[in-house]
Design a protein around this ligand. Structure first.
Ligand code: MOS
Length: 754
């Protein structure tokens, strides 16, 4: 049985890797020193659809220092495209001459220097056989089809939503859209490959060490045991490094052809097309309610852009249909195939776009009912998942609304749109629900502890900026009654025990629970040896009642012995344990699958007896200038409730960063695409707008305490993604309150209000 989690967790703890990061000692993938590297530069397509008719390489080869140029003609047969997360097909790169999208890799130049590779790449002349591309929604030639569902992922449906909507006393029916967005982590997309005889080492920022290893091995037709992936620190991921993309296998092939290490650091603009992105959506939402505000009908449909061959989609109706009690539910999701690179995960992939529609729609419904938007959520709050009928393991949604509302001063709001102002500035206050499913994955970990109380924990988990090293250190040290400062944590290396992909906000729950299990094994062995030894002060006690605390092994009556004495009884040196954890609800073989690079997460909506989600509430004040329509956001209050908080210091940063990104997504971010050429036009950080310091308001984060012993033994819900969810709607709702204008298309800019 787990110990009291409040005793283990909840103390603000600085990052154990903080000093390494701010002093430059932390090595990101392209910082890893390798001997005598050659440098690669990508040649990418300037058209979005067609074929590479021919490549003229003479001028490129004439650049001093050029060593090799990879094209579909000379290496195409050597690799398969990387497997996609959903198992489906994706676009090819050098495998054939086909061009699926703008910015596709069509050749790779390798040279003695970065500069020579760049110059030669610019001298590659490409004869394109071009066809007119389809860019996005409404472009001629796009193919629309229902997304594929499985037994585990059916579109939520219940009752007769059409009839209920027709009969509803009050209803709203609206269309919303969200734009293409790109992650732009500050660490660029890089890959360094080194061969040592038959062994391949890949240095690449990744959220899936064992997944990357297995996928690249499969692409190259190699034994995965011969591949090692290393990613000790990741300079931002947000989903962009969860799957395997095409460049990795080609850099491995380049290094093999040359017989020396090859390093690729792709440019910022290339990152827009060689990695994944958040695809644009269109949504239709209709809500019906009785006069008292109770929902009677829920209809939510989505359309999502993807590449020609891939069925990738996020289907956020799976979350939105579960937010509020409603007897009649109808949902549908369609994919729209265009001549684009395959999209992928980006922070809260389903919830960020789909909760925009739902939480905007709830505000519209509250307005139609002449009801306070918080009260509308309260009337429809539910302890039962309306789709599956299973109870929520815990749900503190209204506590989050109430505490954030009090802090924000919501009671001072005049509900009439356009009624609050400060000089030339129209003031609007808006709110929205935040949520994210609680997922957990299988994992393995190795833990070694010395008689001096020094602990080493090793697992192939991922530090993507979230504080993952520190979560592991806190869990190990406190579970063993030892010190965080005496704990060494090694992550980000596929030669360590496997952990599920760092996605779906599962990392803290996944790693803490497996590390706790390893510590429990240490405790059990020490306790059993002590209670059996007549020389121990704990002799004869019940081994299960002993705890590791304050550097001792302690019995229930206060008898204890020092950790060193207890450990010396079971080992002459260091005690090492290997733990594996298959969370409750795991499918058979979940742990075995980890060793094949498979990430079998137990999803918040995929459990037998319970539905698990974290909840929150955002409140935002916007100010819209009466004449220029400039939009400012001076303050935000967001409250979250997410079970056990392992480290309040890094949790605060996660919540705040999420809220800030939500503001950015609501007001700034959109990747613009040229409809005629299907090329991104603002593929750089100068034109892809993000907030600067002057745009960032006072963001106050509240954490509402919550205990949940059903989500997992330590009660940890994920917090990596929830912060961004719903903020876009809170802003739109505040803009409506300020101006009386409802904006249903993101981002909301001054021109939206002219
Ligand atoms: Mo996250 S978008 O699941 O890395």
């Amino acid at each position: 049985m787990p110990r009291d989690t409040a005793e283990l967790f909840g103390k603000p703890t600085p990052r154990i890797d903080g000093v390494a990061k701010v002093t430059g000692a932390a090595r990101y993938a392209s910082d890893e020193p390798v001997a005598n590297p050659a440098f690669a530069w990508l040649v990418t397509s300037a058209i979005a659809r067609g074929r590479v008719g021919g490549l003229r390489l003479d001028s490129a080869k004439a650049v001093p220092g050029v060593i090799d140029i990879l094209t579909h003609d000379n290496v195409g047969a050597l690799a398969q495209p990387p497997a996609q997360m959903d198992g489906g097909p994706t676009t090819t790169t050098l495998e054939t001459d086909q061009i699926w999208h703008d910015g596709q890799i069509i050749a790779i130049v390798v040279a003695e220097s970065f500069e020579a590779a760049r110059e030669a790449a610019n001298r590659v002349e490409v004869d394109y056989v071009a066809e007119p591309p389809s860019a996005t929604f409404d472009s001629p030639g796009v193919q629309v089809e229902p997304h594929k569902t499985t037994e585990d992922s059916k579109d939520p449906a219940k009752g007769d939503a059409a009839a209920a909507l027709a009969a509803a006393e009050v209803k709203i029916d609206a269309r919303y859209s969200t734009p293409t967005q790109h992650h732009n982590p500050i660490e660029l997309f890089t890959t360094t490959c080194v061969w040592d005889g038959p062994h391949l080492t890949i240095y690449e920022g990744s959220q899936a060490m064992w997944g990357l290893k297995a996928n690249v091995a499969k692409q190259l037709g190699m034994d995965p045991a011969m591949v090692r992936t290393i990613s000790r620190f990741v300079g931002g991921a947000f989903g962009s490094r969860g799957g395997t993309t095409s460049r990795t296998a080609w850099i491995a092939i380049a290094a093999k052809r040359l017989g020396r290490p090859v390093k690729l650091v792709a440019t910022r603009d290339q990152g827009f097309t060689i990695a994944t992105y958040r695809a644009e959506t269109r949504q239709h939402l209709a809500l019906g309610a009785s006069r008292d505000g109770k929902l009677t009908a829920f209809v939510h449909e989505g359309w999502e852009v993807t590449s020609r061959p891939s069925g990738y989609n996020v289907a956020g109706v799976d979350t939105t249909a579960r937010m509020y009690a409603c007897p009649n539910i109808a949902t549908a999701v369609h994919v729209v195939h265009a001549d684009r690179n395959t999209p992928g995960f980006m922070r809260a992939p389903p919830e960020t776009p789909y909760m925009f529609a739902l939480e905007s729609g709830m505000d519209e419904l509250a307005h139609a009912l002449n009801m306070d938007p918080i009260e509308l959520r309260r009337v429809n709050d539910t302890k039962i998942d309306p789709v599956s009928g299973k109870p929520f393991s815990s749900r503190s949604l209204m506590a989050c609304f109430d505490q954030a509302a009090a802090k924000f001063g919501w009671s001072g709001r005049n509900p009439k749109p356009g009624s609050m102002r400060d000089g030339d500035w129209l003031i609007g206050w808006g709110c929205a629900t935040a949520t994210y499913p609680t997922n957990i994955g299988p994992a393995a970990a190795r833990l070694a502890v010395t008689p001096e109380g020094k602990v080493t924990v090793q697992l192939a988990a991922h530090e993507i900026g979230t504080g993952a090293y520190t979560v592991v250190a806190i869990t190990a040290a406190r579970s063993l009654g030892l010190k965080v400062d005496d704990t060494t944590v090694m992550l980000g290396d596929s030669s360590l025990p496997p952990v599920t992909v760092a996605g779906g906000s599962n990392n803290a729950a996944t790693t803490a629970n497996v590390v706790y299990k390893a510590c429990e094994e240490v405790r059990r062995r020490l306790a059993e040896a002590a209670t059996a030894d007549p020389a121990s002060p704990l002799h004869g006690a019940d081994a299960a009642s002993l705890q590791l605390k304050g550097g001792t092994l302690m019995g229930p009556t206060g008898a204890s012995e020092p950790f060193k004495a207890a450990l010396s009884r079971v080992t002459g040196g260091v005690l090492e344990v290997h733990a594996e954890n298959a969370p409750q609800g795991s499918k058979p073989g979940a742990v075995a699958g980890l060793y094949e690079g498979k990430s079998a997460m137990v999803r918040g909506t995929g459990r037998e007896n319970v539905t698990t989600f974290a909840f929150g509430a955002h409140f935002v004040e916007v100010r819209v200038h009466e004449r220029t329509r400039e939009i400012r956001t001076p303050r935000v209050v967001s409250a979250f409730s997410a079970g056990t908080i392992v480290n309040p210091m890094t949790a605060h940063s996660q919540f705040m960063g999420g809220a800030l990104w939500g503001l950015s997504a609501a007001l700034f971010e959109a990747t613009e695409i040229d409809r005629k050429t299907a090329r991104y036009v603002n593929h750089n950080l100068a034109d892809y707008l993000i907030p600067v310091n002057a745009d960032v308001p006072d963001i106050q984060v509240l954490v509402v305490p919550e205990e949940d012993d059903q989500v997992n033994p330590l009660g940890i819900k994920g917090i990596g993604e929830i912060g961004i969810v719903g903020m876009n709607a809170a802003v739109a709702n505040a803009v409506f309150h300020a101006t009386g204008t409802r904006i249903r298309d993101l981002p909301i800019r001054a021109e939206s209000l002219l």
